[in-house]
Design a binder for this molecule. Structure first.
Ligand code: GAL
Length: 379
């Protein structure tokens, strides 16, 4: 009898155990496991939901990649910030775990980042000295369209957040651009006699700070960080030095490709050269990408034309740059990350990740339906 009871009990507990395992593993069974990239397709996270991190960037920290981007909601409302900045983590770049909202918009109507503002292109960097994670983003104040043109900054002790909003402002008030010694006066902006309309916007905004819209942040090997942003009504791109704790501007900056409307900047460094990929300025609609190269971050950036080749290249395959990611442990492997925007249903925006190919110093990007890291040339 005793024995029988024991057996029945054991059977029951086994059944419960199996049931429990089935329920708890349901998500694991239903989860898509990726071993390739599928540019432009729905890309599910560990919960089976399309990744929600638009206009994003990636920070590699202690063996894990962290992807930060704009959390969009459905419909056109999703073109405004209703939730905040979403964070995902991955070890292999294909499979992403939802780490939740890193920076939340505020319920306080007085806050610069009140729900309904426009909070775009968040980028996170790590400051080794302060041991803080610093997030920069493009901020437009609620119900003011794109008029504010501010840079916003938030910090956190932990990479996944929560990030605390510090301030938003227009950078570098009262500061003239930095010029290499020997630059003739004729090439410098002269606010007494602005030479073109881009210079006029620059001089107009000199007292209150320069406009700051599409942006990225780049940390150089020497630990100095730079905020790169579309300025002067988007006609020019500024590369501006950040202070030692990365939470403010020093007043030192250069203007790149003045008058040519470069947006969506993404920077990287390879073999001592600085590279920048950007886009033209056509709102959510795609246009041709453009790239630049320079020997120094504050040096002379050379315009190099469209890095994309083949079918779809004139419209960046329907996307717009947001970040260039260096794959860890693979020398010379860089991924071009772009957004395929869906302004009518913002949450449906797609991600186009494509490998960058190097030809000497030059770069090329071509479309791939699917690809994986093993395809990347190792040098
Ligand atoms: C794009 C820009 C996006 C967003 C959009 C709004 O040009 O890259 O980040 O600001 O315009 O129309």
């Amino acid at each position: 009898m005793k024995r029988e009871l024991f057996t029945t009990g054991s059977c029951l507990s086994k059944m419960f155990l199996i049931l429990f395992l089935m329920i708890s593993n349901y998500n694991a069974f239903s989860q898509t496991l990726y071993n390739e990239f599928h540019p432009g397709k729905i890309w599910k996270d560990d919960r089976g939901i399309h990744i929600n991190a638009h206009g994003g960037g990636i920070l590699f920290h202690k063996g894990t990649y962290y992807w930060f981007g704009e959390h969009k909601v459905a419909g056109e409302l999703g073109n405004t910030a209703q939730v905040g900045v979403h964070c995902y983590a991955s070890k292999d770049l294909y499979n992403w775990k939802d780490e939740g909202i890193a920076l939340a918009v505020s319920d306080d109507l007085q806050s610069d980042i009140t729900k309904g503002c426009v909070l775009e292109r968040p980028k996170v960097v790590y400051n080794k000295k302060t041991k803080k994670f610093v997030m920069w983003f493009h901020l437009e104040l609620k119900d003011k369209g794109y008029a504010a043109a501010r840079a916003g900054v938030a910090v956190a002790d932990h990479i996944t957040g929560p990030y605390t909003f510090i301030k938003s402002y227009r950078p570098n008030p009262g500061s003239m651009p930095y010029y290499a010694s020997g630059t003739p006066d004729s090439l410098k902006v002269n606010c007494e006699h602005p030479g073109n309309f881009s210079d006029e916007f620059f001089c107009r905004d000199l007292p209150g700070g320069q406009m700051a819209r599409d942006m990225t942040v780049f940390v150089d090997d020497d630990g100095k960080a730079y905020h790169v942003f579309s300025s002067e009504e988007n006609y020019t791109l500024d590369i501006a030095e950040l202070n030692a704790d990365y939470t403010g501007h020093t007043g030192k900056f250069i203007r790149v490709y003045v008058g040519f409307q470069t947006e969506a900047p993404a920077l990287f460094k390879r073999k001592g050269k600085y590279y920048m990929i950007g886009s033209g300025c056509t709102g959510w609609a795609p246009n041709a990408a453009r790239w630049f190269i320079s020997d120094a971050i504050m040096g002379k950036w050379k315009y190099k034309g469209n890095p994309c080749i083949g079918e779809g290249s004139k419209l960046t395959y329907g996307g717009q740059s947001t970040h260039v990611l260096q794959v860890q442990g693979k020398k010379d492997s860089f991924i071009f990350m772009a957004d395929k925007w869906a302004p009518k249903d913002a949450i449906d925006g797609r991600y186009l990740w494509l490998p960058i190919q190097f030809k000497g110093e030059d770069i090329e990007i071509s479309w791939k339906d699917t690809w994986n890291l093993k395809d990347m040339k190792m040098l």
